[in-house]
Design a protein around this ligand. Structure first.
Ligand SMILES: [Zn+2]
Length: 261
């Protein structure tokens, strides 16, 4: 069994080395080993506290001041979530992707995670489709700011550039994906001939579309996930295990192969 897995690591690494434009798509499973529970499933925040309202963006627009008061003084599940995010640190899966970027294999990481762990790990070419919980975004001009740059004396805070209303960069339910990020994701998916799909079943739009785009154009999909997903049948390479365990193994193999070139 172990040698089958090791063969599959070898084949996935060969696939990455052969490809011209490798990108990665990551999701909640990658952050589990950094101590961040998934939203759904056993131990998930929403499983324990109930699903959040599906019209979060509409609620924000109707009363941004109330939304900010709750954001700055969170209670219940949101308080638990913010405390967990603040304490989380990147795991070997995040660091392996940075190393792949450093050695010129990985061109871009698209993540559904808002936890800032890719950035903390050192990823540079990073597209956060659901935003970043540590940033604040203007809903008018889409400029993003660190919290320290914003004056919260009166709520809702206003954009220093255009005076538009500011909101957390995290994409709320019912909120469109910011067009700047989404456009770049589609460009990367069009260029890619290989995608690592790590810790996500990629069933939610728009993330669901990127593996399909690559596969339809004859590219390869490398899945790293402890569980079978709806994507598994489409993948050329499937590695069963966590990203924290398997991505470093793939990187080590990639480095050995590149020395031989
Ligand atoms: Zn603005």
């Amino acid at each position: 069994m172990e040698s089958l897995q090791s063969d599959e690591v070898d084949r996935a690494a060969e696939c990455l080395v052969r490809a011209h434009h490798v990108i990665a798509l990551t999701g909640a499973g990658l952050s589990v080993e950094s101590g961040i529970p998934p939203f759904r499933g056993p131990g998930g925040i929403w499983t324990r506290y109930g699903e959040p309202p599906m019209d979060g963006y509409q609620r924000f627009l109707e009363d941004p001041r109330a939304a900010w008061e709750e954001r700055l003084n969170p209670s219940g599940p949101m308080r638990e979530l913010w405390e967990t995010l603040a304490a989380a640190r990147p795991n070997p899966g995040h660091l392996a992707l940075v190393e792949l970027e450093d050695i010129g294999i990985l061109r871009c990481t698209i993540t559904q995670n808002v936890d800032d762990l890719h950035r903390l790990a050192g990823s540079r070419a990073l597209l956060e489709i659901h935003g970043n919980a540590t940033l604040i975004r203007c809903i008018q001009c889409v400029a993003r700011f660190p919290r320290s740059a914003i004056d919260f004396a009166s709520l809702p805070p206003r954009c220093p550039t255009c005076d538009g209303i500011l909101k957390s960069d995290t994409v709320a339910f019912g909120e469109p994906i910011p067009p700047d990020v989404l456009g770049r994701c589609f460009e990367e998916a069009e260029l890619a001939d290989c995608m690592i799909v790590a810790g996500t079943s990629a069933t939610v739009y728009p993330a669901a579309q990127f593996p399909n785009t690559i596969q339809e154009r004859g590219g390869d999909l490398v899945e790293v996930n402890p569980y079978e997903t709806e994507l598994t049948a489409l993948c050329q390479h499937t590695l069963r295990g966590t990203a924290a365990e398997l991505l470093p193994q793939i990187v080590e193999r990639v480095k050995t192969l590149r020395v031989g070139l």
